[in-house]
Design a protein around this ligand. Structure first.
Ligand code: CMP
Length: 165
């Protein structure tokens, strides 16, 4: 049963997103971690003006990855996607910037790196459509959902360094 605290924190996060509208969620995926690109990718992200609100180095369980990618359950690539995303550690982060979702997707590039623009993270570091180095939320709503999926509000920090939980 969901507690009062859960709903309070959820409403607080919705309020935060509504006030700012400027949150996105990212993962540096197992391929990019394995290939040693964490530092370079984080530098691209911060150089582009994104502030890190929450961040962790972790490895997703099959159960967690299956839940996260539930929306793709019927896709032919689903099983291999879960296998890939649980094959090693990831860096998960909530990022803040004006127009975060759209600007981050521009920085990331297209799902298939062959079609990605020069200078994008996927053009530089992705190796295939599946092993495409980074994830970026596709809407404000999903940014909130995905950020909350990976982080408790006690792990979110505002620009003054204050815990938001
Ligand atoms: P992302 O957009 O971060 O989240 C869904 C993921 O599914 C996507 O990155 C890829 O890793 C993977 N994906 C999407 N489309 C395909 C595809 N056609 N073939 C293989 N993997 C895919």
């Amino acid at each position: 049963m969901r507690t009062f605290a859960f709903y309070f924190l959820f409403i607080f996060l919705i309020f935060y997103i509504t006030m700012t509208g400027n949150i996105t969620f990212t993962m540096i995926k197992p391929d990019a971690v394995k290939n040693g690109h964490i530092g370079a990718i984080l530098k691209m992200i911060t150089d582009a003006g994104f502030r890190i609100v929450a961040m962790k180095f972790t490895r997703m369980s099959v159960a967690k990855a299956s839940k996260f990618y539930e929306i793709h359950k019927e896709q032919p690539f689903y099983d291999k996607l879960i296998e890939f995303m649980t094959s090693g550690p990831i860096v998960a982060a909530v990022l803040e910037k004006e127009n975060a979702v759209e600007d981050f997707r521009k920085l990331v590039g297209t799902t298939n790196p062959d079609n990605a623009e020069e200078g994008t993270i996927r053009k530089l570091y992705a190796t295939s459509t599946r092993e495409n180095a980074v994830h970026g939320s596709d809407s404000d709503e999903n940014a909130l959902h995905e950020g909350s999926f990976h982080f408790a509000t006690s792990e979110w920090f505002d620009k003054d360094g204050n815990c938001m939980g």
